[in-house]
Design a protein around this ligand. Structure first.
Ligand code: SF4
Ligand code: SF4
Length: 205
């Protein structure tokens, strides 16, 4: 049976390890000596050497945003884009409403109607960017690859309710005519500089 005395023993000081800190300095010379001894340790110079070594490499990692910007991965889900059909230049969206249905934040709203030719046409399409969580479901479900995510992440607004309409997101006609509508790289796309981004962990100095 366990002896309860072990638990009742409050005298924990038996296990303390006492460090000899020496006598406290009295004169200013003794105080100065102790400051020097405590400050100028070997590790200090190792640290200074590492800082100096990195400085003289001039391998600066700071970017002067917004003048300089880092490349964004093709997988990054930033502001939405609505593509045009390459053949006709018409909006690729067929108004099926799948993106509206799947939107987890309930921020897409589509209004469609049948044209006189019996085709479904989109009358209104809005996206509340203040609610969007950039999950990418809408881009994933779109059967026409009409809605995709671009790489433009600067969409700050002073309004919490920040809406975008279809004309805001669709490829501008002049950009399309110049053949600059960027093709969708796909969800599994790898950054062009993926290899450069692999860095070894510095383990030793
Ligand atoms: S990214 Fe997600 S939250 Fe944003 S509109 Fe698409 S489905 Fe909705
Ligand atoms: S899922 Fe695509 S095609 Fe369908 S309404 Fe949304 S953007 Fe248009």
């Amino acid at each position: 049976m366990m002896d309860l005395k072990v638990y009742n023993n409050r005298n924990v000081t038996d296990d303390y390890l006492y460090i000899d800190a020496g006598k406290p300095p009295k004169t200013w010379q003794e105080k100065f000596k102790r400051v020097v001894q405590r400050t100028l340790k070997g590790e200090l110079f190792v640290g200074l050497w590492i800082v100096f070594r990195e400085m003289i490499k001039f391998d600066i990692h700071t970017v002067l945003y917004p003048v300089e910007k880092l490349p964004v991965s093709p997988r990054y889900r930033a502001l939405h884009q609505i593509k045009r059909l390459l053949e006709s230049g018409n909006q690729a969206c067929i108004g099926c409403g799948l993106c509206e249905k799947i939107c987890i934040a309930n921020c897409i709203e589509i209004e469609s109607k049948y044209s006189t030719k019996g085709r479904k046409v989109v009358r209104g399409w809005t996206l509340n960017l203040g609610r969007c969580i950039y999950c990418g479901y809408c881009a994933e479900v779109c059967p026409e690859l009409a809605i995709t995510h671009g790489q433009d992440y600067e969409n700050v607004s002073e309004q919490r309710a920040h809406f975008a309409t279809m004309p805001d997101l669709v490829t501008p006609m002049d950009v399309f005519r110049a053949g600059k509508q960027k093709p969708y790289p796909g969800f599994g796309a790898v950054s062009p500089n993926a290899d450069e981004n692999v860095k070894k962990t510095p383990l030793a100095y």
